[in-house]
Structures are given as C-alpha cells and as structure tokens.
Design a protein around this ligand. Structure first.
Ligand code: ACO
Length: 428
C-alpha cells in the first residue's frame, strides 16, 4: 500500500509518506518534517518513535508474538539451540549444517582469551560489578582485534561475531572466578557453548565440574530466549554507537552498560532480590502488591510490565514451563518460585495490573532457572548480556551494511534559559 499522511501546521497543509512494514505496521515518515515546516516531533522515551527499519526481529506486543527472522520463538525454543538461533539472528536465515559446523568450530577456536588479558582481572577490586568488568573487557578485547576493515563481508563478520560471542562467555566466567578469588579456568575444546560456560564457571584446576545435560539445556534455552528483542534500550544504544562507525566491540560494550540498569537487564537481579526480601521478611504477598500499587511507595513489582508487550511476554511463558520442569527433574524445591507464582496470581487478578496491561516479563522467571543451575545473582545480568550478543551483532551489521546510514542524532525541545548575560566573577 502506498499512501501518505496529511498534517496541518500554522494553516498550511503538508503531505508525509507512510512507510509500511512486512507485518503491516505503519509509520509516518517525518524525516523531512523539519526542513519543510520548521517543526520537529517530540516523543519523550521514544514510546511512539520508530528509530529505524529493521529485518531482524518482529514483536506484536498486543498478541504476545516474538519472532526471530520470521520464525516464532516457541518453535526455536522447542527445536533449536542458542548457537543456531544466534546465526539465524545475525545472518537472516537458518544455517545449513555446513554453516552450523563452521560457526561452532569458530566459536570453539576463539574461546581462549589473549594471555595478557588475564592479568586485567587482577586489577579489579574484589567486589567489582561483573557488568563493569564485562564492558571494560569487551573494549579491551577490541585492542587485540584485527582492524575493523576486516569486516567487509559476511565471512569477516562471522569470524568477528564468533570471537565476540565466544570470548564474552570466557570473560564472564573469568570475572566470576576473579571475584571469588579462584583461578581462571580455561575453556575445553570438546564442549559446546553452554556446557563450556558452566565448566569455566564451576570447575577448579584440581576438580572438574560435572556439567549435567539438564543444566546445559536450561542455559541454552535462557540464552536463546534473550538473543534479540528489537529496539530495546541496549540495542538502540548499540545502534546509536554503531551509527558513528564505532567498531563492533565498542558498540557492544556500550550495549552492556545500557543493559546494566534495573529497569532493563538488571531487572532479573531485582526480581530475585524482591522475592528474597518477601521470603526473608515474611511480608504478605497481598500487602506487597498493595505497596507496589501505591503512588508514593516508588516500589515496582519487578519482572512485571513491558513497554511493548501488553498481553503477555511469550518468553516468560516458555521460561515458567522450563523452570517448573527443571526444578522437578533436579528434585529442587525453590520457595522463591512459589512466591513468584503467588505474586503473579495476585497481580494478574488485580484491576491495577489489568488496566495497565502489566504481565510477567522475561525476567520474572529467568532468575529461578539461573539459580537452579547455580549461577550467582550478581551474574544474572551478565547472563542476559551473553544471550543478547547475537542481537547486538545483528543490529550492528544492519547499520554497518546500509550505505544510507546517517549518524544517529536526535533533536530536542530546549526548555532552559533564554539569552542570558554573563556576569563577571567580581560582580557576582
Ligand atoms: N509495578 C507496578 N506498577 C507498574 C509497573 C510495575 N512493574 N510497571 C508499570 N507500572 C505502572 C506505572 O506506575 C504507571 O502507572 P500510572 O499510569 O498510574 O502512572 C503505568 O504502569 C505505566 O508505566 P510506565 O513506567 O509508563 O511504563 P513503561 O512502558 O515506561 O515501563 C517498564 C516499562 C520499565 C518495563 C516498567 O513496566 C517497569 O518498571 N517494570 C519493572 C521493571 C522490569 O521488570 N523491567 C524489565 C523489563 S523487560 C527487559 O528489559 C528485559
């Protein structure tokens, strides 16, 4: 469909093109608005702004749909793996078996960190936040990388993506080891992606950790479900940085910083802290829900609500089922999962949450899975970052491959002082 939008400003009428996506979502293209009218649009928090066109991930927040490159998340969760989904997200189609084997081999070959980088871990204070270490170390990695010029085609990007995805996992495990005063464990070449991470997290030089298939499967699913989520805060940050032609590693390091906050990737930590607080303090779930509804409390029901999903978050459904299965297979009873369920039941039947369309998001149940496989709470957001790496790489690629990309540079409506006279120091 090719239609336009007519707007009236100061008594004059203007026509603006309407852009339509492949799933029929429509946008008024206002890129020429200012040059024709002198006006800009204002959209605090970008809730109504399409910052780009993108062919990677489709979300229908009203219907709870999430698809990577057109493929429903439920099908990928059931039949695919994190590494396969990562390749799909980055390159746009499912890998052939040759593609998959080549990419897996690249991941394995790149799992080691440059020896000199290992010394950096000693320089962080003992309680350094793992997200700070991760972001700093991804930037450090860029110092050891071939120049950006290597990424001229898909083969070059595949090599860079494998280096980044594989080494990020090693950095994450090494930062954990450093934080608990244990020696860094080297990756094993016979392990697959998720297994290798669990090995590096929990093995000791004198005692090999036995990675169970259940733990590896659960981690694989967690990572797959986090692989991309269109223009969220961290991905938009990656695109913003990439638009200045910054390299892949610098752009993704910026994504880590954006993800860190409790309203974004940090929410998975906040959820567990909230559940633990309810558990330890013995506060009644109904009272807690009452508290989060109060305007004055400044407390939110963490793991609830989403800017886009207004019906349900499909990832939270998959994770809830996986958490139940994992805990029952491991014969683990987690009282925090019971509290989570009580909270969800209370909130889902409450007008406050119904009217505002607030449902459990991906973070509501992900912490339960991570706890069950032994991941410490301060590593939860790092786990999210490892999972989101393919999405950031794919978005970086979209910017990098598009010759029409302009540097991202929003405008503002200035509300400060009008022209103000400078008062010399002696007269103040
Ligand atoms: N608990 C209680 N009330 C909430 C919650 C919540 N979790 N989320 C939103 N609300 C209320 C707000 O107070 C507001 O109420 P009002 O209309 O009476 O003022 C209304 O719902 C709309 O909230 P906004 O903040 O405008 O919604 P927004 O789309 O900006 O925020 C967000 C989305 C940040 C996810 C929010 O729902 C939130 O803070 N949730 C808790 C944190 C969280 O779980 N974050 C993870 C998000 S998923 C991810 O990043 C992977």
């Amino acid at each position: 469909m090719n239609h336009t939008c007519r707007i009236e400003l100061d008594g004059r009428s203007y026509e603006l093109p309407v852009v339509e996506g492949t799933e029929n979502e429509r946008a008024v293209d206002i890129s020429s608005l200012r040059s024709h009218t002198g006006y800009i649009t204002l959209d605090d928090g970008y809730g109504n702004t399409g910052s780009c066109t993108s062919a990677i991930t489709y979300i229908d927040g009203e219907q709870g749909i999430l698809r990577y490159r057109g493929i429903p998340i439920e099908d990928l969760a059931e039949q695919s793996s994190f590494v396969e989904a990562a390749w799909l997200v980055i390159f746009g189609h499912l890998p052939t078996s040759t593609d998959r084997e080549r990419f897996s081999a690249l991941l394995t070959a790149n799992s080691q960190l440059p020896q000199s980088m290992l010394k950096h871990f000693d320089a962080f204070p003992p309680h350094a936040h793992p997200m700070a270490i991760l972001s700093a170390m991804i930037n450090t990695l860029s110092c050891h990388e071939p120049p950006q010029a290597e990424i001229t085609d898909d083969a070059g990007l595949e090599r860079a993506a494998a280096r980044l995805m594989s080494k990020v996992r090693t950095i994450a495990a090494a930062s954990y080891k450093a934080s608990i005063g244990e020696p860094v464990v080297y990756p094993r070449y016979d392990y697959r992606y998720a297994e290798n991470f669990l090995h590096m997290m929990f093995s000791l030089p004198f005692k090999e950790h036995e990675v169970t298939p259940e733990a590896a499967k659960a981690l694989n699913l967690f990572l797959l479900l986090h692989a991309d989520h269109e223009q969220n805060c961290s991905t938009s940050t990656v695109r913003m940085v990439a638009s200045s032609q910054a390299n892949l590693f610098a752009s993704c390091a910026a994504g880590v910083c954006a993800l860190w906050g409790p309203l974004h990737g940090g929410a998975n930590v906040a959820v567990i802290e909230m559940l633990q607080h309810i558990h330890d303090s013995g506060v009644n779930v109904t009272d807690y829900v009452k508290k989060v509804k109060s305007k004055n409390s400044r407390t939110r029901l963490m793991g609830f609500g989403h800017r886009v999903y207004r019906n349900f978050d499909p990832r939270s459904r998959i994770l809830k089922k996986a958490a139940d299965e994992l805990l029952s297979t491991l014969h683990v009873h987690d009282p925090l999962l019971d509290i989570a369920q009580e909270l969800a039941d209370a909130a889902l039947g409450d007008d406050y949450f119904i009217e505002r369309k607030l449902y459990p998001n991906v973070d509501f149940y992900s912490g339960t899975i991570l706890r069950a496989i032994g991941i410490p709470v301060n590593m939860f957001t790092v786990m999210f970052a490892i999972g989101r790496m393919p999405g950031w790489i794919a978005n970086w690629k979209e910017i990098h491959d598009d010759p029409s990309t302009r540097i991202y540079r929003p405008r503002q409506v200035y509300t400060g002082n009008t022209l103000t006279e400078f008062v010399p120091r002696t007269e103040r």
